[in-house]
Design a protein around this ligand. Structure first.
Ligand code: GLA
Length: 735
């Protein structure tokens, strides 16, 4: 057989490797240190041979695979199996053909090299059905230096008749090992991204959303699978992925009788059949994948750097420190409430003031969550001089100005709801339309609604040239789906078309306002995925601002998203969501592990607290380049039993680092935190300085100079035993 080698590297290399009679081809998808290997043969399914560390040299041998007991077929894992042929597991594709047949068999047609729209190197494997005029293009976009591969598929109906697409995965990954441990995230409102791990056993584990809109509030379309042992930060083989899609998703983990784990990821097929007319094609979102031979941390750092370059808006910019009005004022404010907050924010050294919910609606004033959504005119009794006055006031104080909108939604108590019932999801189908947080969802499958949402954004931006930040919120998900716009036989397209409508709106908004900073919010962290994030600078991690909970939530976020993308605010104590009382220092130290902001009424702070705020905002600005653009090393997980949490950030040139440690419970007087650093230059010496000052000393070495080697091997012992003790250390290279 002859194996022809195609390396999807900087250039395509074709190499003949003599193995036996038939003309097989080996296709390698290479990143800087990882490799996927696929084997093709004429008119045969493409086999998925390998994904792991890059293998030196060109040699690849045919592999032995068991035969299925009662068939001549081998169980060699396929790249993109369709339902049909010998495939009886959850497939990558399942369609009903124009002839009513449920069966497809995808075989190799060709392999192309091209450039993705963002410049990534793209390898396309073209598959075709043995009988029906169906083509599937499986794409790999390679981000070489980040060790990230984005996999997706496009199905082309090459015939004239309509077919029905039931399932079309973004990626299908067959792994083979002794055992598999799955890390994923669960939660609920104000409790997002809670890390969970389980050993996978025979059968299927499904992670999915069927809710639409707030698709990451409960679960997330992300996974990390470690082989043969629970997930470790710095050791063990780990495969991880996150789906760039803001609609319903399904990740299926199926462990079969051969011990193979098939990970099938993509749009959730539930209630989502797509009628695909002749000549039309259907594209899946991209599944972003990364592999590490030495633990999860490397994968997180891959995604952080990839995200800064490709996954976030303005990923190379330092994010400003924010004061948001929500928890400080809620709906109860007038002009003076806000200008007083701005005065204090400016004194604190804060850089951006964000006016949250409550500023709009006249006939239906937005004085609570039960009225006004959809009527995006400034409330003239609360704010008689309008947004332009407030925005220019902010600028006169040296602050930037931002404002909240929720343009996908409408309250029944609004002019919009009365004028356009046909724009509302669930309206007009003879059933009662349930509200959630007293609101309905606008039907973004309808181009007129898309125009309205774009116009809303444009009109708000036009209220003042001084608006430089928009907080885009979305506070409900979908129930009783029915689109007054979609035809009767295409109602199941709703889930797909809503998300496409949303992306089309984002595209238009971004084309018109490339510089504005946009925060992605959905009742907190209900819509955090790389499909939406590329239009946004940051996300609101949770409506829960309790610092202990934020340690858990932001730990989960940091698996795939860089910390500077997480809006992370110091709020009042007792905390408004949980009632927990914590020291201001602890709240600041936690908030500084993300994009620092504040969300409280500044006039409620004592003079001493206000001085502390000034000191910490100034300190954060100094540490910010390392936190926002450095490498994050998670040192102690807040999910460990020990009751500590620690992490550090190291600048790319290893000249500076910032270390954070937190105590989440009482430890007993004899206990102390023993921690070793990571990522430092072992040859260099660093001066250690405690930031923000403790009430009592906890780190003896503060003020000392120690080598990177010492800090990474011996580490420091920190005297931190009380609940809500915390420490921040700055390390600066001195030689
Ligand atoms: C959501 C957001 C909050 C706040 C409120 C306003 O809950 O997550 O941050 O903006 O809406 O109604």
């Amino acid at each position: 057989m002859k194996l022809k080698l195609i390396t999807a590297g900087a250039a395509a290399i074709f190499l003949a490797v003599a193995l036996s009679a038939s003309a097989k081809e080996v296709i390698k998808i290479n990143t800087a240190s990882t490799q996927m290997v696929l084997v093709t043969d004429k008119d045969a399914p493409v086999q998925f041979y390998y994904w792991g560390e890059k293998i030196a040299g060109d040699g690849f041998a045919d592999r032995f695979y068991k035969k299925r007991p009662d068939s001549a077929e081998s169980c060699a894992p396929q790249l993109y199996p369709a339902y049909g042929g010998s495939m009886f597991l959850t497939p990558a594709m399942r369609v009903t053909g124009p002839d009513g047949s449920l069966v497809s068999e995808l075989v190799f047609d060709s392999c192309l090299q091209e450039s993705a729209p963002d410049g990534a190197r793209r390898t396309v494997i073209v598959l075709k059905d043995k009988v029906q005029p169906i083509e599937v293009r499986v794409r790999f976009d390679v981000y070489e230096q980040y060790d990230v591969i984005a996999q997706s598929a496009e199905l082309v109906n090459k015939g004239r008749k309509t077919l029905t697409v039931h399932e079309l995965a973004s990626s299908f990954l067959p792994l083979h090992s002794g055992s598999y441990y799955l890390s994923h995230f669960g939660g609920t409102w104000a409790h997002e991204r809670q890390w969970e791990e389980e050993r996978l056993t025979r059968g299927s584990k499904i992670i999915e959303s069927k809710k639409g809109v707030r698709t990451t509030q409960a679960d997330s379309p992300s996974f990390a699978v470690s082989l043969d042992a629970p997930l470790q930060e710095y050791s063990g083989q780990v495969y991880a992925g996150t789906l760039a899609w803001s609609g319903n998703y399904r990740l299926s983990f199926q462990l079969d009788e051969y011990g193979i784990l098939d990970i099938v990821s993509g749009i959730n097929p539930f209630a989502s059949d797509i009628r695909l007319d002749g000549g039309k094609s259907l594209e899946t979102p991209r599944m972003l994948l990364s592999y590490s031979p030495d633990g999860m941390n490397r994968i997180s750092r891959n995604f952080h750097d990839w995200g800064r370059r490709y996954g976030l808006a303005h990923g190379d910019a330092l994010r400003p420190v924010v004061l948001n009005s929500w928890e400080g004022a809620y709906f109860n404010f007038d002009e003076k409430t806000l200008t007083d907050m701005m005065d204090r924010a400016a004194e604190f050294g804060i850089e951006m003031f964000v006016l949250d919910d409550g500023w709009f609606g006249n006939e239906f004033p937005r004085n609570g969550d039960n009225a006004g959504l959809g009527d995006w005119q400034v409330n003239s009794s609360k704010l008689p001089r309008g947004i332009s006055y407030l925005a220019s006031y902010a600028v006169s104080k040296g602050l930037k100005f931002g404002i909240w909108i929720e343009p996908e939604m409408v309250n029944p108590n609004s002019n919009l709801a009365h004028a356009h019932p046909d724009w509302i999801v669930g309206s007009g189908n003879g059933r009662e339309n349930p509200t959630m947080r007293n609101q309905w969802l606008l039907d973004l499958t309808n181009p007129k609604v898309q125009d309205f949402v774009v116009k809303t954004f444009n009109d708000v931006m036009a209220m003042s040239p001084d608006i430089s930040y928009i907080k885009w919120d979305a506070n409900r998900h979908v129930e009783n789906i029915y689109s007054p716009y979609l035809p009767k036989d295409r109602q199941s397209h709703f889930w797909y078309e809503y998300t496409r409508g949303l992306y089309s709106v984002y595209d238009r908004v971004r084309a018109a306002h490339p510089d504005v900073q946009i925060q992605l919010c959905s009742s907190g962290g209900g819509r955090v995925d790389y499909g939406a994030m590329k239009y946004h600078d940051e996300y609101w991690a949770s409506d829960n601002t309790n610092p202990v909970d934020r340690l858990l939530i932001q730990y989960g976020d940091s698996f795939f998203f860089p910390v500077e993308a997480a809006g992370s605010h110091v709020s009042a104590s007792p905390n408004h969501q949980t009632g927990l009382i914590t020291p201001l220092k602890f709240r600041f130290d936690v908030a500084m592990t993300g994009r620092l902001g504040m969300e409280l009424q500044p006039s409620n702070l004592s003079a001493e607290e206000q001085d502390y705020v000034k000191k910490m905002v100034a300190a954060y600005k100094e540490l910010r380049p390392v936190i926002h653009h450095g490498d994050q090393y998670r040192l102690i997980s807040p999910y460990d039993d020990g009751g500590y949490s620690a992490e550090m950030f190291v600048s790319k040139d290893r000249c500076e680092a910032v270390f954070f440690a937190f105590s989440m419970k009482y430890h007993g007087r004899t206990e102390y935190l023993e921690t070793r650093f990571r990522g430092l230059d072992p040859e260099a010496s660093y001066i250690i300085e405690e930031v923000g000052g403790p009430k009592r000393p906890v780190v003896r070495e503060s003020g000392s100079v120690l080598s990177g080697d010492y800090l990474m091997k011996a580490g420091l012992n920190i005297n931190m035993v009380r609940p809500f003790d915390s420490v921040v250390l700055r390390l600066v290279k001195v030689n």
